[in-house]
Design a protein around this ligand. Structure first.
Ligand SMILES: NC(=O)c1ccc[n+]([C@@H]2O[C@H](COP(=O)([O-])OP(=O)(O)OC[C@H]3O[C@@H](n4cnc5c(N)ncnc54)[C@H](OP(=O)(O)O)[C@@H]3O)[C@@H](O)[C@H]2O)c1
Length: 372
C-alpha cells in the first residue's frame, strides 16, 4: 500500500526529474525524494546530467542522518552496477533506508529488476509501479533508445487549415503565429538536434537556431541537414551561423560540398547510398546521432523528408500547429503519397493532446504504426 504522502512525493520526484531534460541522455531523467520515519520531506535530488551523481545519491546527501529508517521515493529502479558512478543500491542500504517506492523498473539489461532484488535482500520493503505511466512518458527518449538504439524523432509541422505547409511559390514563413513560433524555439532549445532537408535550406535559407533573448539554451542544438545531392545552391545561412552543423549525405557527393565542408562547426557525415531511394537510409542517421549522445531530434522539414521519415516509420511523435489560414489546392501538402488507400490504413496518434497556441492549435501525440 502506498500512502497519500508517498504519492505526493512521487509527483514531486517526477517534477524534479524533468529538470534534467535534454542533459542526461543516454541516461534517464530521474528524481528522488526522502521522507523520514514520520513522513516528513527531508531530502530530494535529481540527475543533472550524464556522468553527474545520480538522483538517489544527491537526495541521500541532502537528507543526511534523517534518511535512516525513512522512505525513498524514486522515479526509476536504482542502479546496482558500476558505471561512471558507484551503485545506488549500496548507498541506499548504507544510509539505512527502510522502504522504497519506485515508479518503474529499469529495462536496461544490466538492471531489469536486479536492483530491486538486491534492496529486498537487504531487508528493504520495495513497492513498484506508482505513477508508472507518467514515468514512462517522462523517459520516452531513454526507453526508445534502449529498444531501438536510435534517437527519438519528433516531426514538427506548421499547417494551414486546409493542410498545406507552404504556398504554391514555396513560401511558408509566418504560417503560424508569434506564440507558436516562440514555442518552436523552446522545442529547439530542449532538443538534442534540429533536422531539415536540403529542399527547405534551398527554399527558406533558415538558421534553425534558438534566438529568444529570455531562453538561454544550455547549448544551441546541433543542426542536421540531409541531402542526396550535396547541392544547396548559393551560400546558406545555416552553415555560417554559430554552432555545430552536420551535413548528412550519401558517399560520393562530398565533392559538391567544397564550399561548406571546412567551415567552422560544419561536419560531413557520409552514409552508404540507399539502393531503394535517392539518398541515405535515415535509420543509420538516427543510430549515429544516438551514438553521439543526441537523444531527441526535432524535424522541421518540407513534405519530401517528412514523407520519407513516416514511410520508414522513423517518426516517433508529432507536434502539428494548425493556423487559421487557407492556402488552397495550389499550396504544398504536408505529405506526399504514403500508400494509404483506406481509412483503416491511416497512421494514427495516441496520447494525443490538443491546445490553443495563440491563434493556432497545437496537436501533439505519438505515432502508432500498424503492426499487421
Ligand atoms: N510549414 C512547415 O512546417 C514547413 C517546414 C519546413 C519546410 N517547409 C516548406 O517546405 C518546402 C520545401 O519542401 P521540400 O519537400 O522540398 O524539402 P525538404 O523535405 O525539407 O527537403 C527535401 C530534400 O531533403 C533531402 N532528402 C530527403 N530525404 C533524403 C534521404 N533519405 N537522404 C538524403 N537526402 C534526403 C533531398 O535533398 P537533395 O535534393 O539535395 O538531394 C530532398 O530533396 C519549402 O517551401 C518550405 O518553405 C514548410
Amino acid at each position: 500500500m502506498v500512502s497519500k504522502a508517498e504519492t505526493h512525493a512521487m509527483k514531486m520526484a517526477l517534477k524534479l526529474a524533468k529538470s534534467g531534460r535534454g542533459m542526461t541522455f543516454p541516461n534517464p531523467m530521474v528524481g528522488a525524494v526522502i521522507l523520514d520515519r514520520d513522513g516528513n520531506h527531508v531530502g530530494d535530488g535529481f540527475h543533472r546530467k550524464c556522468g553527474a551523481p545520480h538522483a538517489e545519491v544527491i537526495a541521500l546527501a541532502s537528507a543526511g542522518d534523517a534518511a535512516s529508517g525513512g522512505t525513498m521515493i524514486v522515479t526509476l529502479e536504482p542502479c546496482c552496477h558500476h558505471g561512471r558512478t558507484g551503485p545506488c543500491t549500496d548507498e541506499i542500504i548504507r544510509a539505512g533506508i527502510s522502504r522504497l517506492v519506485i515508479s518503474m523498473t529499469d529495462p536496461d539489461p544490466r538492471m531489469s529488476g536486479e536492483g530491486i532484488e538486491q534492496l529486498e535482500s537487504a531487508g528493504i520493503v520495495v513497492e513498484t509501479g506508482l505513477l508508472s505511466e507518467k514515468a514512462r512518458e517522462l523517459n520516452r527518449v531513454y526507453l526508445h533508445y534502449l529498444e531501438t538504439a536510435r534517437s527519438w524523432v519528433t516531426l514538427k509541422i506548421a499547417l494551414s487549415l486546409d493542410g498545406r505547409t507552404a504556398a504554391a511559390d514555396g513560401s511558408s514563413k509566418w504560417i503560424s503565429c508569434d506564440r507558436s513560433r516562440r514555442h518552436v524555439q523552446k522545442m529547439r532549445a530542449s532538443a538534442g538536434a534540429v533536422l531539415t532537408g536540403a529542399g527547405t535550406v534551398r527554399a527558406d535559407d533558415p538558421e534553425l537556431t534558438v534566438r529568444l533573448p529570455d531562453i538561454l539554451p544550455r547549448r544551441q542544438p546541433v543542426r542536421i541537414v540531409v541531402s542526396a545531392t550535396g547541392d544547396f545552391g548559393e551560400s546558406r545561412k545555416i552553415f555560417r551561423s554559430q554552432g555545430r552543423v552536420i551535413i548528412a549525405v550519401p558517399e560520393g557527393v562530398v565533392t559538391n560540398l567544397t564550399e561548406y565542408k571546412d567551415m567552422p562547426g560544419v561536419e560531413v557525415w557520409e552514409f552508404p547510398a540507399d539502393s531503394r531511394i535517392r539518398g541515405i537510409d535515415l535509420t543509420l542517421l538516427f543510430e549515429r546521432t544516438a551514438l553521439e549522445g543526441i537523444g531527441s531530434v526535432l524535424c522541421e522539414a518540407g513534405s519530401d523528408l517528412s514523407t520519407r521519415l513516416l514511410k520508414d516509420e522513423l517518426v516517433d511523435s508529432v507536434s502539428i500547429f494548425t493556423a487559421p489560414v487557407i492556402l488552397g489546392g495550389g499550396g504544398r501538402p504536408a505529405f506526399e503519397l504514403l500508400g494509404i488507400n483506406s481509412i483503416g490504413n491511416a497512421i494514427r496518434l495516441e496520447n494525443v493532446s490538443s491546445r490553443r497556441s495563440g491563434s493556432d492549435f497545437l496537436t501533439e501525440g505519438r505515432i502508432v504504426y500498424r503492426t499487421d
